[in-house]
Design a protein around this ligand. Structure first.
Ligand code: ADP
Ligand code: MG
Length: 697
């Protein structure tokens, strides 16, 4: 049965099929329901009237009561304007129009009481308002006290007189009709527990707030509801998966004991131990694990991953580790191979450049369990790659993988899903993690290995380059290695960026006694690899590179990271790059080179980098600067298409909503209790509206 909210807006007074169609294409508003959910994006303060004597040019929009005492058109041609003298009895000011003069001058009458609304400005030492809104004073607008909602609209719509005001009128029509149809969508207990106003009231006051307090309550209530339903869905997904998919039970810790006793290269940090315990607990539990492992750069996720593999391999199953780039896959492979071989574990690497014969050998080895650990890139999720029994799938630096690719890994076994561990190198703010990965359990490595000295970060202008070179020479003399990173490969005349080759040349000239590696994205994989290996073996002292070294590369002896044109990089990227140093016991440095001229945002990024080494702090700033969509990439932005909540600002509401959802599911997992029936109904209607969205876009 179609509900009231599915009614097409064409049936509203003054709309009709043509306007309705245009509103549909321009704003994706088709139904009464869509219209009611077209929330204002800001409000103009109409809560008070100002005496003209108090109005000055720096004020935002103001509202004034008064009369027009005189009107005249002055000037010629482009300078022609209509000037009205406006008085409130004690003082007066000018109202000015440059366009629509014949129409406005006909409409406005002398001596009539008006309400004027607009942005004051100073013109020739006098305050005036250009193109104000003018309304006749009525009993409705006389007692001020409301906030004028402002709605998104479009130029095309405005041309047809469908401006913010017109939308507001349409919404008012619907709200009057809707009164009987708006049902509460949250349980009564929430309303009291969280001090919420009810749904109908919230919808009314979001569109027609009579005062700022009520507006705040309406916003809180609607944000809470929006976030609550997202969290409820995510948590429910998780419960369903736990119920539906049995996880393989892995119990044999023999390999772990061997490794611990004989081969562990260093003491694990407490955070590493805790995280390993959490993961082991999951894999022994009989439930299928889906866990996100967050850890700052250099916190030692690789060894954690390996130790987790040991439980699986020791119990007779297989493990895989997928990395986003070939270089990183290589590095993981080299690192893990060293450990694996000591324990007699079969390990192989599969990437896009693996030769056919080797590929064949790997396919066979996976099926007969001779290969127990497979490291690789995307190549690993191709359909031809079949395991005897994949027990644990690890994804490193997962933000580069789409959700679909993750899902593909889950399907690698015919009988049971592997446990899944997603590792992120760039910390994600909690709020974002809760929304993007709300269906995963989260482990955090919040401690760096002992003995690490915090990296010192310095911002230097290009004019100090010679000093920077001098510093680099000192460090090289101490036996250290240095990265110099450039944002682009080819010179773009317009952007006036220092190109990698230029940089390479000048460094070559400045460091005649040193060997220099160069790596960039346009090189063949073997050449890249050759250069990387030279640097890793310390045959070269300086690595000049583009961002290909951004992720994961581990050369503990490298202690200086120079980032050229640092203003061109995003915060997450800068933090990743900086994470390439500070991996050994030596004091490490990160030098951010920029031109003198910087945008405000770039300055904030650089200051943040200088101020903190903490990836979570940086992620928070990043989220505030860029907003959630950009951080996650478009493929996941759908999750974050929120109507009213803003996860960068509404963290406390999000947390409250998540707790509420979790308590609710604990109390009534299948939502069968009578008091939760409205929740169930609302979920159904949300599902339906998702289908509708699909049809539209
Ligand atoms: P990331 O979390 O960024 O992937 P890695 O796993 O690459 O970090 O580890 C960074 C460096 O720290 C490596 O050289 C690794 O061997 C070393 N490492 C990891 N854990 C410890 C530890 N507990 N004590 C000392 N060094 C460690
Ligand atoms: Mg890593």
């Amino acid at each position: 049965m179609p509900s009231f909210f599915d009614t097409s807006i064409e049936f509203l007074k003054g709309v009709g099929p043509q306007k309705a169609a245009l509103i549909g294409t321009e704003l994706s508003i088709f139904t009464y329901g869509d219209l009611i959910q077209h929330y204002p994006f800001r409000y103009e303060d109409r809560t008070k009237f100002y005496p003209i004597a108090q109005v000055h040019g720096d004020m935002p929009f103001v509202q004034i009561k008064g009369r027009i005492t005189r009107m005249e058109t002055i000037g010629e041609g482009r300078k022609k304007r209509l000037v009205a003298r406006f008085s409130d009895g004690t003082d007066d000011m000018e109202l000015v129009w440059f366009k629509g003069i014949p129409w406005v001058s006909k409409k406005l009458k002398l001596g009539v009481d008006y309400v004027v609304f607009g942005k004051p400005a100073v013109f020739g030492r006098k305050v005036n308002i250009a193109h104000p809104e003018v309304e006749i004073l009525t009993t409705q607008n006389a007692n001020a006290g409301f906030l004028q909602p402002v709605y998104h609209t479009s130029e095309k719509l405005k041309a047809k007189f469908i401006d913010s005001k017109a939308l507001s009128k349409m919404i008012r029509q619907v709200m009057v009709l809707a009164e009987r149809h708006i049902h509460e969508t949250l349980p009564e207990s929430f309303i009291t527990r969280f001090g919420l106003i009810n749904k109908a009231l919230a919808l009314y006051h979001i569109h027609f707030p009579s005062n700022p307090e009520l507006l705040k309550k309406a916003q809180y209530r609607l944000k809470f509801e929006e976030l609550f339903y997202i969290q409820l869905r995510l948590l429910k997904l998780k419960i369903t998966r736990i119920d539906k998919y049995r996880g393989q039970v892995f119990n044999d810790s023999k390999l772990l004991t061997d490794f611990y006793n004989d081969h562990l290269p260093f003491d694990l940090t407490n955070a590493q131990k805790r995280v390993i315990k959490e993961i082991y607990f999951d894999m022994k539990s009989g439930k299928q694990m889906n866990r996100l492992l967050q850890g700052d750069v250099g916190s030692g996720k690789t060894i954690v991953a390996f130790i987790c593999m040991l439980l699986v391999v020791g119990s007779g199953a297989q493990a895989s580790m997928m990395a986003p780039t070939e270089i990183l896959a290589d590095q993981h492979f080299e690192g893990l191979k060293e450990y694996a071989e000591k324990l007699g574990i079969g390990i192989a690497k599969l990437t896009g450049s693996t030769k056919t014969a080797e590929r064949k050998r790997i396919h066979e080895g996976l099926l007969n369990n001779e290969i127990q650990i497979l490291v690789g890139t995307h190549a690993l999720i191709e359909d031809t790659v079949q395991f005897k029994n994949l027990g644990l799938a690890i994804i490193d630096e997962q933000h580069r993988f789409g959700v679909a690719q993750r899902a593909k890994l889950w399907g690698k076994n015919a009988t049971s899903y592997p446990h899944v561990l997603v590792m992120t190198a760039t910390p994600i703010p909690r709020t974002l993690a809760m929304t993007l990965y709300g269906d995963l359990d989260v482990s955090v490595i919040d401690e760096l290995p002992a003995g690490r000295k915090p990296i010192k970060t310095i911002h230097q202008y290009d004019s100090k380059r010679l000093q920077v070179f001098g510093f680099m020479k000192q460090e090289i003399a101490k036996g250290r290695q240095i990265y110099v990173v450039y944002p682009l490969i080819e010179e773009s005349a317009k952007l006036d960026l220092k190109d990698l080759d230029d940089g390479y040349e000048s460094i070559r000239r400045a460091f005649p006694d040193n060997h220099i590696s160069i790596v960039h994205g346009k090189m063949k994989p073997q050449d890249k690899d050759f250069e990387m290996q030279r640097f890793i073996r310390h045959e070269t002292q300086i690595m000049v590179a583009t961002t290909v070294i951004e992720v994961g590369v581990n050369v503990p002896n490298a202690s200086v990271m120079v980032i050229e044109n640092a203003e061109r990089f995003g915060l997450a990227q800068l933090h990743q790059l900086r994470g390439r140093v500070g991996r050994g016991a030596e004091q490490s440095y990160c030098i951010l080179m920029t031109d003198f001229k910087l945008s405000k945002e770039a300055r904030t990024r650089l200051e943040t980098m200088v101020r903190t080494n903490n990836g979570f702090d940086i992620a928070d700033v990043d989220l505030k600067l860029r907003g959630p969509g950009d951080i996650t990439g478009t493929q996941q932005s759908g999750v974050l298409d929120l109507l009213i909540a803003d996860i960068t600002k509404d963290a406390p509401i999000l947390q409250a909503a998540r707790n509420a959802a979790s308590d609710l599911l604990e109390d009534d997992p299948d939502l069968t209790k009578p008091e939760n029936q409205n929740i169930l109904r609302h979920i159904q209607s949300l599902k339906k509206s998702v289908v509708n969205w699909g049809r539209i876009s």
